[in-house]
Write a protein that binds this ligand. Structure first.
Ligand code: LER
Ligand code: MN
Length: 256
């Protein structure tokens, strides 16, 4: 199992020294709507990251709507091509489709139509992802954070309906705990599970609270999941907590 952290590029050297395997950067930090020339420095620095950037979250900016009456298809298509090309150029493997602002269904808009729009969006995204050799992981967000795709089981259903090899599912322990989703959903996701986010109670660092990591990891092991686990949490003293969190995760994984 590879362990990583959702963190800005500036933390890559520290995380490497602490023993992490990769860093999870944000797609939006690659400024996909700006030209390669305008982003030259950012892209050069990301390419020189001391730790491989194998995963990327925060896929779409909140104002790039993909549901509702005001979807700008041209802008979405340009964004997909530019962002996924940059992720692939940097050696990324998996892109997290949470993007709660972009996918949030506007009040009064029919949920079924929004679901249909998400299927269309994922087909377009899959066209690029497959061209660039990337995997997309549909991320369920808890019901306080978004009003569509709130559980791993819904993400699995969407992934099944889209039925493209690049469109898979993410399980974020924080969102599952907030909404009380059973671990059985992870088991049911099986080979569709492509990425994992973890945090402890109150979304603090692993090992600081009461979440049952061993049980969660047991569910991952039962389906043969052996890709990546990223910590996505709020840190207090990052330099003290990040090494402790890795030690904790490794111990929990080994004993699960
Ligand atoms: C993104 O991966 C996520 O889990 C959201 O809650 C944004 O913080
Ligand atoms: Mn997450």
């Amino acid at each position: 199992m590879k362990f990583g952290v959702c963190a800005p590029l500036e933390e890559a050297a520290f995380l490497k020294d602490a023993g992490y395997d990769y860093i999870e950067l944000t797609v939006v930090s690659l400024m996909p709507e700006k030209s390669d020339e305008e982003c030259g420095e950012i892209l050069r620095r990301a390419a020189a990251s001391p730790l491989p950037a194998e995963a990327f979250n925060v896929f779409l900016p909140g104002d790039l709507k993909i549901t509702g009456p005001e979807v700008d298809e041209g802008r979405v298509e340009r964004y997909l091509r530019s962002s996924l090309r940059r992720v692939a150029d940097l050696g990324g493997r998996v892109v997290v489709f949470g993007s709660g602002g972009a996918r949030r269904v506007p009040d009064g808009f029919p949920q079924e139509r929004a679901w249909e729009q998400l299927r269309g969006f994922l087909h377009k995204a899959a066209d690029c992802a497959e061209e660039f050799g990337l995997v997309l992981a549909i991320e369920p967000l808890n019901t306080k954070e978004c009003n569509i795709i709130n559980s791993v089981s819904e993400a699995v259903r969407l992934s099944e309906e889209v039925n493209r090899p690049s469109v898979k599912v993410l399980a974020d322990m924080f969102h599952m705990v907030v909404d009380g989703e059973p671990l059985e959903s992870v088991t049911v996701a099986g080979s569709r599970l492509a990425h994992v986010h973890v945090a402890d109670t109150d979304r603090l660092y692993p090992g600081s609270g009461r979440n049952d990591f061993r049980a969660f990891f047991r569910a991952l092991k039962s389906i043969g999941y052996d890709a990546r686990v990223s910590i996505e949490c709020r840190w207090g003293d990052f330099n003290a907590e990040a090494p402790k969190a890795l030690e904790f995760l490794k111990e929990q994984w080994a004993s699960a």
